[in-house]
Design a binder for this molecule. Sequence first.
Ligand code: ADP
Length: 191
Amino acid sequence: MKLILLGPPGAGKGTQAQLLVDRYRIPQLSTGDMLRAAAAAGTDVGVRAKTIMDRGDLVPDDIMVEIIAERIGQPDTGNGFILDGFPRTLAQAEALDRLLEQRGVTIDAIVEIAVDEDVLMERIETRARETGGSRGDDKSTAKRLENYREKTAPVSDHYRSKGTLKRVDGMGTVDEVAASIDAHLRPLVEA
Ligand code: ADP
């Protein structure tokens, strides 16, 4: 099962991705986690990325595409993967299309978790308070949402126009959202 999970920050992507990891025994490829690991390890890319992430900005496309190209080639993705946090711009989506085509890989489903903006803002702020530290800055939160609206929302349009987007309502409980996602994926497994 090869999946792309889309949705704004605070939509519950990470939580749902974890449930999918357990259900389908496939790795979650979270670009946010990869960048944070690189930052913690103090690599050049990681150090540059940290400054950008702390501002709530997006790491440049070429870096992200390189990271993902490398990650998708690793042996643990043989049974599939869940892309979480990538693609986040139209350029990334187009680069991913090319990459997958070159490698003869097809994505089984692209799932978008939809939530309304007020609820999002609240969820992000609560999480920022709970986790504390650099993510808890209002300015970077606002920046993150603005980047989502301007740069990431077009990614959904890209897949919608290709007819491959499955949209689920992210406003329910964790279980309800998981059930909606499952309803889209089950037929693919049974097929
Ligand atoms: P959140 O869950 O808050 O949306 P993530 O953990 O997915 O955040 O990502 C954290 C940060 O890492 C993002 O705010 C962004 O700066 C950077 N990042 C992650 N994925 C990408 C990407 N595909 N393109 C550019 N920047 C990215």
